[in-house]
Design a protein around this ligand. Structure first.
Ligand code: SF4
Length: 356
């Protein structure tokens, strides 16, 4: 798994707070904050994190300002494993709800907060626990493999979770004569089926609307305008099949086409020798890639691919979360125990990678 970045922050010695300046900050829309107000926000966030003994985690798709203020930036599973390892009492998860749930599943004794509990995920929402129960009833004996972008209740009904980087290994670990139910992402499922050649695998037809909108046309246009570039494609994208087809047909070099999880994109960027890299995933990812390799030009295959749920976590809500201790994410113990077993089954297979 790629080690999440750890920006240095000066939480221990922050200057004293000016209460009226703080009031003004709270009453000003965050997009209109001055440089001084951003500085005040950062200081206050770090001061409160220290007071609460909280660790701030930010997903790679978060706003750049939130990534830069966090103690750790990374992918969903990597961050949840950091949450489990830290001795902080509280985890402030700047990401979407299922990610905070995963942190809670792996850290049942810690208090997990998300700055806005309404930050959902269109992919996780495509399958409910009820849907999965009905699907399992149609295929008794099948092994359920769920991508980590699922709710805790769905994970609790799952045999083995998977991430985008280990989905192929997880499915290959299942005896060839056993049926597999793979959910919820159809594009990742198609990638796994292509890679394993497995015919007894049923794929749930869910998709992330952000990644699905990174279309084959976006990909073809961008690749043709930058024939010298490397290409990084997240397997949730609607253009993954096209990327592999272009590589197989020789239209774009196979050795420059990389199907990667977000953590693996960062690893690949650190090894990169190209001047230009085309990136097919949510645009927040570009911030960490550019920090990792300032000498490389990273271009979004679809610059409009911004996740509206990730963007619900705003700097003012992060401050509010630390001030008011909200929104707490809880998972019932029986659900958390069952969900943890499916995550641990994945980790036992090895190379868990990092999820979205
Ligand atoms: S980018 Fe897609 S999969 Fe990721 S959190 Fe947003 S809606 Fe969910």
């Amino acid at each position: 798994m790629a080690p999440p970045s750890s920006p240095s922050i000066s939480d221990a010695n922050s200057p004293a707070v000016d209460a009226s300046a703080l009031d003004e900050l709270r009453n000003t829309p965050w997009r209109e904050w001055s440089n001084e107000q951003w500085e005040l926000w950062r200081n206050q966030v770090h001061r409160l994190a220290t007071e609460r003994n909280a660790v701030i985690l930010a997903h790679n798709y978060q706003l750049p300002e939130i990534q830069d203020a966090a103690h750790h930036v990374g992918d969903s599973l990597g961050l949840s494993r950091i949450a489990a390892d830290t001795d902080a009492d509280e985890v402030i998860f700047c990401g979407v709800h299922f990610m905070a749930e995963t942190a809670k599943i792996l850290s049942p004794d810690k208090r997990v907060l998300i700055p806005d509990a309404a930050a959902g995920c269109s992919l996780a929402d495509t399958i409910t626990a009820e849907d999965l129960r009905a699907w399992k009833d149609e295929h008794p004996g099948a092994v359920v493999v769920s991508y980590v972008n699922t709710t805790a209740e769905v994970k609790a009904l799952t045999d083995i979770c998977c991430t985008s980087s280990n989905a192929v290994d997880v499915v290959e670990s299942i005896p060839a004569d056993q049926e597999v139910l793979f959910c919820p992402d159809q594009f990742l499922g198609a990638h796994v089926q292509r890679s394993t050649g497995r015919e007894n695998m049923h794929i749930w037809m869910g998709e992330c609307h952000v990644h699905a909108d990174i279309s084959p046309t976006d990909l073809t246009d961008t690749v043709r305008s930058h024939p010298e570039a490397d290409l990084y494609v997240h397997p949730e994208c609607g253009c993954t099949t096209s990327a592999l087809w272009m590589a197989d047909s020789g239209e774009f070099p196979r050795d420059r086409t990389h199907i990667l999880s977000t953590g693996a994109m960062l690893d690949q960027a650190k090894k990169n020798s190209r001047n230009t890299v085309l990136v097919a995933t949510e645009v927040g990812m570009l911030h960490q890639l550019r920090k990792a390799r300032p000498d490389t030009e990273f271009l979004a295959v679809n610059p409009e691919a911004a996740c509206p749920f990730m963007q619900m976590i705003t700097p003012d809500k992060l401050l509010r979360s630390l001030e008011e201790g909200r929104d707490e994410v809880d998972v019932p113990t029986d659900v958390a125990d069952a969900a943890r077993r499916s995550v641990e089954a994945m980790i036992a297979i090895g190379t868990p990678g990092g999820g979205e």
